[in-house]
Design a protein around this ligand. Sequence first.
Ligand code: PEP
Length: 254
Amino acid sequence: MRQKIVAANWKMNTHYMSGIKLLSEIVPMIGDEVTADVKVIIAPPFIHLYSASQLMNGNRKVFLGAQNCFYEEKGPYTGEISAAMLASVGVKYVIVGHSERRKFFNEDDAIISKKILQVLEHNMQGIYCCGETLEQREARKHKEIVAKQIETALFGLSKERVQKIIIAYEPVWAIGTGVNATPEQAQEMHAYIRSLIEKKFGENISKEISIIYGGSVTPNNAKSLFSCPDVDGGLVGGASLIARDFVSIVKAAG
Ligand code: PEP
């Protein structure tokens, strides 16, 4: 059975105290209310990481994620954060290739694949985001675009290393818009991504790799999306900032 995963991406939201408060609400609720085997990852802003790792220390359901890292090991890169730094405060997962990073920071698949290597080098797991824009979908190029993203970022990895990747299919037109992909659209793309992984890495790995969906997931649509056979959970932005909503979404994956 593939691991079900629900990951929270807080993006650039919360301040120190409000973030810790939110975390202190979410973590016990998951412990008390989520009985199914769903792995929960929370990726808060960097300022929370150290305190969050102490708060989650030893938790068997909730794990710490980061939203980004740089692709160099260390050195004169003002304002950046290295994979080694993240690992040193207990981060276990790093989101790489988010469409907001691609859009606002000009990250391309070459940069993203270097970041993935850094994450893996430091024994963390990558949450690799891919997905097409609305224009690309309307031009019926969505599969082609996603295939290229998957190939460039992941096909250079060894079989051993690709198993440390969680793939997040996040159609750009669905992120933060309130317009989620339909379950049919999500299932179609997830099955396609799994077929690409199968062709390159074999059936066993394709069956085991978790492919999660992101883009306007809410407590209302989570169940129908997560019930699709190839959708193994979700990456949640806006709704992860409200403890009760996020916990409902986690429950929908169980
Ligand atoms: C995201 O940022 O990865 C995301 C899916 O955001 P939202 O849930 O707000 O669409």
